[in-house]
Design a protein around this ligand. Structure first.
Ligand code: ATP
Ligand code: MG
Length: 461
């Protein structure tokens, strides 16, 4: 992009002339200032993309200009110009928030490279910011990323139901964002200043879950040394998030049904009935209809919970969101890990988009975090990604084999052909054998046998 606005501040008129001539020749729009205080006034009046300031200047020095720019013009990127022997100050400036420093005497070609890099970084940052602001405005749900039609449908429902008291059932595979959506609903409801209380029904042993939810009276059972308030009571006025509801045992299911119908319950071992004002959001990765058919889940409870179902699609069914999410997490981890990784290369992004993400957004988030920690250069290449993303060599096009004079082993040829197809199916599905089997129209056990026979192993990741 040319026409970017650059401000150069330096107390040497020769340097200013040199810079403005060279930078204009490159297509930049250049303003100059011969002292720090005029420079600051100019920053106040005009939005610069890049500010290049000398460090040592009479009265107001480069450090002060930098401080001012960081506070008043955070969208500008700053570079410090410094003489030999004052590199220590330059390092201070970087710590304070300058993007880079350049040493005098100036070498114009080096400077142009550095400016270009700084502007690229800045533009990417602004793009991400704009993207985020747009989403924020549109859905009001900060940090929930997704542009795909199916996830937008989810946002629409969330927006409609947030500020009501309706019970909500969130359905989706592991890592698709069920808890994130539950929180978005709570924090966009009139209950937002009251507690959001999550309970993971699968993680708490069922004999403890009852007293966890309802509380207990002192002496209600052997270990009940004192009275305990349960989560339904703690959440009064707020929202209870019942995660993995499909794992709740039948006895508790009927007690929960009563809470949903009457908004009242008793602590374990108590006679007094407690009324509670809570909204319930439940979530599961299971197919509750199947659980109902198998008599593992109460049908009446299912209908009570299923007032407003929200189905979050798995990431592989909204692959166009992958780059958005990658940018989002890159920005996030750059900030939290104090790194400055600029982007993923096209090949790296392609590999990420091609992958099937059995662990959904959580797996993607973990992948980006890992890469940000391990990589020290500023553009992430495909080789920087864990092994599971590496491309298999392109499969050989199906060939019509000609039988050579000396003959051919049919078994070996067929075997190789089979091995190649199985490997492709496994890579395509992120080594989820059910899915790979479906792709190959095999049943799972047959596929597993073949994998064993072919001695195929998932690469470490
Ligand atoms: N659309 C999204 N935008 C940004 N981050 C997301 C999005 N969806 C999920 N995440 C992030 O992915 C991670 C997993 O999400 P969350 O814990 O809500 O998933 P889950 O469906 O509850 O998973 P599990 O079933 O394993 O409990 C979280 O760190 C969450 O912030
Ligand atoms: Mg969860």
């Amino acid at each position: 992009m040319s026409g970017e606005k650059i401000l150069v501040i330096d107390d040497s008129p020769e340097i200013l002339t040199l810079f403005s001539e060279c930078l204009r020749a490159e297509g930049y729009e250049v303003d100059t200032s011969v002292d720090g205080s005029t420079g600051i006034e100019m920053i106040e009046k005009k939005a610069y993309d890049l500010i290049l300031t000398d460090m040592k200047m009479p009265s107001i020095d480069g450090m002060k200009v930098l401080e001012f720019a960081l506070n008043h013009s955070p969208e500008s990127i700053c570079i410090i110009l410094t003489g030999y022997g004052t590199v220590k100050n330059a390092v201070e400036a970087i710590k304070a928030g300058a993007f880079d420093y350049l040493t005098k005497p100036v070498k114009m070609d080096e400077i142009l490279v550095s400016l270009k890099r700084a502007l690229d970084y800045r533009n990417l940052k602004m793009e991400n910011l704009n993207l985020k602001n747009q989403l924020k405005k549109k859905y009001r749900f900060e940090n929930i990323i997704g542009d795909h039609e199916r996830i937008q449908k989810v946002f629409e429902i969330v927006e409609k139901v947030a500020d009501t008291d309706s019970t909500i059932l969130i359905l989706g595979d592991s890592g698709t964002g069920k808890e994130l959506i539950a929180k978005a609903i709570h924090y966009n409801s009139y209950r937002r200043d009251r507690p959001f209380v999550p309970v993971n029904c699968a993680a708490i042993p069922s004999e403890l879950l009852e007293s966890e939810l309802f509380g207990h009276e002192k002496g209600a059972f052997t270990n009940a040394i004192r009275t305990r308030i349960g989560r339904f009571e703690l959440a009064n006025g707020g929202t209870v998030f019942l995660d993995e509801i499909g794992d709740m045992n039948p006895l508790l299911q009927s007690k929960l049904l009563r809470v949903l119908q009457e908004r009242q319950f008793e602590r374990v071992g108590a006679v007094k009935t407690i009324k509670t004002d809570i909204r319930i959001i439940a979530a599961t990765h299971q197919d509750l209809k199947v659980a109902v058919a198998q008599k593992k889940f109460r049908e009446d409870l299912y209908y009570r919970l299923n007032v407003i179902p929200i189905r979050i699609p798995p990431l592989r069914e909204r692959k166009s969101d992958i780059p958005l999410l990658v940018h989002h997490f890159l920005e996030h981890f750059n900030r939290s890990k104090k790194k400055r990784i600029r982007a993923f290369s096209d090949e790296a992004m392609e590999a990420l988009v091609r992958y099937d993400w059995p662990g959904n957004v959580r797996e993607l988030e973990n992948t980006v975090e890992r890469v940000v920690i391990l990589v020290d250069h500023d553009l992430i290449a495909a080789q920087d990604l864990p092994e599971k993303f590496h491309l298999l060599p392109e499969p050989e096009p199906a060939q019509v084999l000609e039988i050579p004079e000396e003959g051919i082993s049919l078994d070996t040829a067929v075997n190789e052909f089979e091995r190649n197809l199985i490997l492709q199916a496994l890579v395509k599905t992120g080594w989820v054998k059910n899915k790979a089997a479906r792709l190959l129209n095999l049943n799972r056990t047959t596929l597993i046998e073949k994998i064993k026979r072919q001695n195929l192993q998932r690469p470490d990741n």
